[in-house]
Write a protein that binds this ligand. Structure first.
Ligand code: B12
Length: 212
């Protein structure tokens, strides 16, 4: 385990933030730092599952990650130009309030020049249908960190099918607990647990659309 991961797991906020600042100033890739922090969070999650950590530790780890992101974010946007690459609607559906990963994905997309509408967390499936009609996205991205959110995601996709507009966009699902099986279950087009992979997917699929 790296020093950074270890300090995330030990919930040593000051040490985490200090190391991030030092490494960013040295020119390290912010994406690698996000990934190291994420791996630390996975271990926090395992400790929670094994009853070594409780809700208080889970909350604290989330707060540390958010502060870490506020330090990393300016380095992600440095030197990037704004460009209209397409629209992405993002949401974490009903029952799920995890938003750290979704927010990272939103930041990376914005940095790449996508127009992002983030509906936040605990979103009703019906709101997706309403907002899709208004915003007309090229992509819809669901973030899922707890299993009960699979049903509302499936429901949202079914409602889009019923409305006859499912084929107008690509649907992505991401977040630590998602797998290709989840993608098939909710009838999405793409699944990942890596935000950069998601950005790559949007760039590649947008390109194809433009060439047609
Ligand atoms: C921090 C945390 C919390 C914080 C969340 C704070 C916040 N604002 O988000 C708080 C304390 C609120 C919380 C609450 C709970 N949590 Co919690 N939590 C975590 C923890 C430790 C880390 C999650 C995280 O932020 N990871 C870091 C981010 C960066 O990773 P990520 O989300 O995977 O995102 C990356 C990619 O997946 C991708 N991505 C994310 N979304 C998307 C979307 C798209 C479209 C794309 C392309 C990419 C993408 O981008 C990111 C960067 O690469 C996880 C453990 C874990 N293994 O993940 C448990 C975990 C998710 N929690 C869990 C549980 C059980 C709970 C609670 C039910 C606990 C309780 N008893 O109350 C509640 C649920 C509340 C609710 N209704 O949602 C379980 C879920 C188990 C399950 N299978 O359902 C986990 C897995 C812990 C465990 N092992 O038991 N939690």
């Amino acid at each position: 385990m790296s020093n950074l991961q270890n300090n995330i797991v030990e919930l040593e906020k000051d040490k985490v933030l200090k190391e991030l600042e030092e490494r960013l100033n040295k020119g390290e890739d912010p994406l690698i730092l996000i990934d190291e922090c994420k791996q630390g969070m996975t271990i926090v999650g395992e400790k929670f599952k094994n009853n070594e950590y409780f809700l208080a530790e889970l909350i604290l780890s989330g707060e540390i990650f958010k502060e870490a992101m506020s330090i990393i974010k300016p380095y992600l946007t440095k030197g990037k130009q704004k460009a209209d690459k397409g629209k992405v609607l993002l949401a974490t559906l009903k029952g799920d309030i995890h938003d750290i990963g979704k927010n990272i994905f939103a930041t990376l997309l914005t940095t790449e020049g996508f127009d992002v509408l983030d509906l936040g967390v605990d979103v009703e499936p019906q709101l997706i249908i309403d907002k899709v009609k208004e915003f007309k996205p090229d992509f819809i991205g669901f973030s899922a960190l707890i299993t009960p959110t699979f049903e509302p995601m499936k429901e949202a996709v079914e409602q889009l099918e019923k409305a006859g507009i499912r084929d107008q966009f690509k649907i992505m699902v991401g977040g630590g607990i998602t797998t290709p099986l989840v993608k098939d279950y909710i009838k999405a087009d793409f699944q990942t647990i890596d935000a950069m992979e998601g950005v790559k997917y949007c760039l590649e699929n947008k390109k194809i659309k433009v060439q047609v």
